[in-house]
Design a protein around this ligand. Structure first.
Ligand code: HEC
Length: 172
């Protein structure tokens, strides 16, 4: 009887051991599962990258190690001879036509009829300089009744600028 009871107790304690082990396993599994659950992370506000381009020539001046002469940088830009037909083509290919008619009707920006005359009266800049500024840095002066939505065409070559100006002059 004693032997039988002893072996019964051994079986019993083995069972206990098994159930403790399986409980531990279950606990571990649930901990692991919870740890794996995806945590909802609301999308952060997108960062808008809108760098302000340095004035033309700044890089050369910085590389040369000299102090930046702001006055020299804002000197009127000397342009080559312009070609009105080239400028008319640029009005379409650069997308100016999406916002500017060549007549006097407003699309998003003012129509270009009479623009050359107007350009000389808008600010104290000469007409050519005002036009160059309006194209390369439109936010510098906002024509009355309009908003600051024109993108800066600050990557145009001197020839492209000269062609656009020639077209504006011819279309005046
Ligand atoms: C997204 C629309 C949009 C595009 C594209 C656009 N412009 Fe403009 N533009 C405007 C608006 C609006 C104004 C008036 C506000 C201001 O002065 O910036 C303006 C103003 C101007 C002015 C000054 C006009 C005035 O009466 O004083 C010039 C010059 C000009 N744009 C040239 C251009 C040229 C050249 C292009 C193409 C290379 C171009 N724009 C493309 C919207 C646009």
């Amino acid at each position: 009887m004693r032997i039988a009871r002893n072996s019964f107790q051994r079986v019993q304690s083995k069972r206990n051991l098994i159930s403790v082990a399986s409980l531990t396993l279950l606990l571990l599994a649930s901990v692991l599962l919870t740890a794996c659950t995806e945590v909802f992370n609301p999308t952060a506000t997108p960062v808008i990258f809108d760098p302000t381009p340095a004035p033309p020539g700044t890089r050369e001046l910085v590389l040369a190690g000299s102090a930046i002469d702001i006055a020299a940088l804002s000197q009127p830009r000397e342009l080559p001879e312009g070609n009105a037909a080239g400028g008319e083509a640029l009005h379409t290919t650069l997308g100016c036509a999406a916002c500017h008619s060549t007549g006097d009707d407003t699309i998003v920006g003012p129509g270009w009829k009479g623009l050359y005359t107007r350009a000389g009266e808008r600010t104290d800049l000469e007409a050519d300089d005002y036009l160059i500024q309006s194209i390369t840095k439109p936010s510098a002066f906002i024509a009355e009744g309009f908003t600051n939505v024109m993108p800066a065409f600050d990557y145009l070559s001197d020839q492209e600028l000269a062609d656009l100006l020639a077209f504006v002059k011819a279309n005046n």
